[in-house]
Structures are given as structure tokens and as C-alpha cells.
Design a protein around this ligand. Sequence first.
Ligand code: OAD
Length: 255
Amino acid sequence: MGTGTGPVPISMADDIARARELLEHATSVAVLTGAGISAESGIPTFRDALTGLWEKFRPEELATPEAFEANPKLVWDWYAWRREKVVHAVPNAGHRALVAIERGCREREADFTLVTQNVDGLHRAAGSRRVVELHGNIRRVKCFDNHHAIESWQETADEVPTCPRCGSLLRPDVVWFGEALPPEALAAALAAARTCDVFLCVGTSTVVEPAASLPYIALEGGARVIEVNPQPTPLTGSASVSLRGAAGEMLPLLA
Ligand code: OAD
């Protein structure tokens, strides 16, 4: 687990200096995060070999409206298991570094927007202020038929809880495959990508649309892209700086 205090390889020092310089001179910073930033908080990613959730589970059986209609209890229980991990997780050095980068932007009156695909709420828990949750939040629940927001519910061993207002089954307030993203969140993410001059992409495989297009929209607008990821991604070749390492180790060096 990274603390950000270990020695930096000499080969990376230039890249870190370059990334810091880009961030320090930016007038508008957009950040996109994915599951990788929460890996060091103990929350599994989706596509990492061996440890990724989609290595063990099939998305079409768990993360689609059709899956919920076919087997609501299985889907509810899977999300309850994930929610349990999330509520016990705490933000790590990567989340905290993004809070510091946002504070730095605020102090010099630069724009800052943090767009996340994560549903764990750890950016807000760390203290990030301008957070756009593209895929919803696993801590929230709504009803399947009418999207009534539900504050509290009773877990039972046998049945999926139901909506006190309309009686329909409850589901997590996350975006499933085949569903539209929350329109305000998508609009805010697109606006941030279009107007930023530095786009920082952290811990995402950049394969799920529309989030995957955000860095390319930023590039079209003339922004520089900084990528933080231990593995190469389809975006790596387009990045001005690619920091090949864990978010909890790399981001504190940029903050
Ligand atoms: P993925 O699991 O696809 O990608 C995680 C990325 O994080 C990979 O590129 C890893 O190399 C990288 N990574 C792993 N550990 C890291 C660390 N310590 N620091 C930095 N990076 C690290 O997750 P996402 O790209 O977030 O959607 O996946 C996008 C969407 O697909 C998710 O929001 C989810 C999923 O299906 C829905 O459920 C709708």
C-alpha cells in the first residue's frame, strides 16, 4: 500500500516534474478517476487480472436491469456485499492528494472538476468538493419502477426490500450497463473535459463509455493529459505524461 513517501526512481523524476508543472500552470483542471484509485482502500477493481470483479462475476448477470428483473435477490445481495466493503473503507493517499490539488486550484482561482466512475463515495469522504459521480453511488438506494430515493430500509435474509411509497423492489442507485447516465452529471463531465487545459486520468482502464471519451474530448480541445496507472491503457499513447505507478504513490508527488 502506497504512502507517497518512498524513493522516486530517477527515470520518473522528470515525468513527475513535468506533470507538476502542467498542473501548477493550468487554469482549468479536470480529473477522471476509476476503480484503480480505490484499490489501495481495499475495494476491488473490475478488470485487473486475478483480482478484478469481472474476472469472477459476469456483468450481464449482475449489473444490468435485465439481470435484476431475472434474479433481483442475487443482484441485491451482490451489491449489499460490495456496499459492506465500501462502508468500511477509508480514503487513501491518492484520494487525499486530489483534495490538495483541488485546494491548490481554488487558491489560485483555477477551475477544478473531479469526475469519478466510482460509486464508493470515497472522494467526498476524503474532502473533495467539486465531485461529479457519473455512475451513481452504491450507498444510495432507489426503487426499481419509479426511482423513488429511499433513505433507510430493512435487510431481510429472504427478500429484496420494497419501496414504502409504491411497493416496487429496491435497487442500488448506480448506473447499470444499458442505462443512461444521470444527465446533469454527464453534462458537467463533458463541460469539464471541453474547457480544461489539463486532464488528469487516474486508475481507469478507459474502456467504458461515455467516460472513456472524456480524455479524448479534452485532447481535441487542446488539453494536455496526465495519466496515472500502473498498467498501460488505450489512452497512454496520447498522454503528455504517463506515470506508471499506484495512485497512492504517484498523486501525492503531484499535490
Ligand atoms: P477497471 O477495473 O476497468 O480499471 C481499473 C484500472 O485501475 C486499471 O487500468 C488498473 O491498471 C488500474 N489500477 C489498479 N490498481 C491501481 C492503483 N493502485 N492506482 C492506480 N491505478 C490502478 O475500472 P474502471 O476503469 O473504473 O461501471 O471501470 C469503469 C467502469 O466499468 C466502472 O465504473 C464499472 C465497470 O463495469 C459500471 O459498473 C457501470
